[in-house]
Design a binder for this molecule. Structure first.
Ligand SMILES: *Cc1c(COP(=O)(O)O)cnc(C)c1O
Length: 407
């Protein structure tokens, strides 16, 4: 696949940017050292050593408890604490989020919110200060209320222009979501992480929208990469999952303890399905980000479309920082139609795009985000998640639906 066909994949990859062929050779050498390129790494991620007559990816282990004579030492004692199917998935996610990095630990959870809550509630105590984005995932305000109920001070600021920098003094934890969902603003992870660390704060990045093939927060200085595996990581809209990857051993011990006491654990079937799905991550992300760029370019030409956002689109307010820290720009495009009625007619007229929430799946979805309340978006605001359909089919469907909704 050519560079242009991957929608900006591998372009402007931070340290590699602008180095031309020499940079490419250096990067390829790094990739081999870290276990190959993204596609190679994705298909092999977390697999056990080959063993004669064993499957490549062992099936889900359904176990509430394990045979455990004598001293009750691990690795497998009780089903809420450990499971061999999680172990393989945790290895896979760790290899993608932090290839070649030692001392990184990964924990999988029952959902993205279970992972989010595990970090926030295990790291923060009454009287401490937490900084959240004010334009992040729609459940963050609920989390905020709960943190405040426990006596934690919560400050918020927008993602754009690194505005969270202004409220960092005295913070114990900085939570970043970039690109933000659904507004698709981007902040400079490296800059925010340096400022937070200078003040003694830990830094967590919600990496759901980017996926580990889009950006690797730990390499950019974050202490935790946290994500919902429900979205593009697994990509088929058929399971709910989350994970935390971290490199601070004490902090991760607290996150593990939180998982144990809350019991927010994934089922073995979900964990196995997720691992199976990760094998195609590179193909899906490349395809979906290339098509998302094509859709954004087509929407840019339409007079009824305002507020078009896609971090991979040259000229987008987020593009410059995105190009520095992202390796792929994701599958979500957002834009606004003039009225709520126009947006509803557009969604009705789409044939290849399901009217559904969530994002990242192989089948395109779109919704009028304002129907939920909570997000500060105009009534005609559409969040479109680009799937794995043929790009020309999808662009044609979107343009046809725009025409049909004009009446
Ligand atoms: C969906 C989502 C979450 C929550 O994940 P669940 O798996 O639904 O619990 C968190 N952050 C972002 C950015 C999301 O899109």
């Amino acid at each position: 696949m050519s560079e242009s066909a991957t929608g900006g994949a591998h372009r402007g990859t931070g340290d590699d940017a602008g180095r031309g062929d020499a940079g490419r050779v250096a990067r390829d050498a790094d990739q081999v050292a870290a276990g190959g390129g993204d596609g190679t790494r994705a298909v092999r991620a977390g697999l056990p050593e080959p063993a004669k007559y064993e499957p490549t990816l062992p099936g889900p282990v359904f176990a509430a408890h394990y045979h455990l004579p004598g001293e009750p030492t691990g690795p497998y004692t009780y089903g809420r604490d450990e499971n061999p199917t999680w172990t393989l998935l945790e290895r896979a996610v760790g290899e993608l989020e932090a290839p070649g990095q030692d001392g990184v630990e990964t924990l999988v959870f029952a959902s993205g919110m279970a992972a989010t809550s595990a970090v926030l509630f295990s790291q923060l105590r009454a009287g401490e200060v937490c900084v959240l984005p004010d334009d992040g995932y729609q459940a963050l305000p609920l989390v905020r209320a709960q943190l405040e109920a426990y006596g934690i001070e919560v400050r918020t600021a927008p993602t754009r222009d690194d505005a969270q920098l202004d409220v960092l003094d005295g913070a114990k934890l900085l939570w970043i979501e970039t690109p933000s969902n659904p507004g698709l603003d981007v902040c400079d992870i490296r800059r925010l992480a340096e400022a937070a660390h200078a003040r003694g704060a830990l830094v967590a990045v919600d990496n759901t929208l980017a996926t580990p093939l889009g950006q690797r927060p730990l390499e950019l200085g974050a202490d935790f990469a946290v994500a919902s595996g429900t979205k593009q990581l697994t990509g088929h809209g058929d399971l709910v999952l989350g994970y935390v990857v971290g490199r601070n051993p004490d902090a991760m011990t607290a996150v593990r303890r939180w998982r144990k006491i809350v019991g927010a654990i994934p089922g073995p079937m979900e964990a196995w399905l997720a691992h199976r799905s990760i094998a195609t991550l590179q193909m899906r992300v490349d395809r979906q980000s290339a098509t998302a760029l094509a859709v954004a370019e087509a929407l840019r030409e339409r007079p009824e479309v305002t507020g078009l956002r896609y971090p991979g689109l040259p000229g987008d307010p987020a593009h410059e920082i995105a190009a520095q820290q992202m390796r792929r720009y994701g599958c979500v495009v957002s834009f606004t139609l003039p009225t709520r009625a126009r947006a509803d007619r557009f969604l009705d007229a789409l044939r290849l795009v399901d009217d559904a929430t969530s994002f990242g799946g192989v089948r395109s979805t779109a919704e009028r985000r304002g129907r939920w309340g909570g997000d500060a978006v105009p009534e005609g605001f559409i969040r479109l998640s680009v799937g794995a359909e043929d790009p020309e089919d999808l662009v044609a469907d979107v343009l046809r639906a725009l025409d049909a909704s004009a009446a």
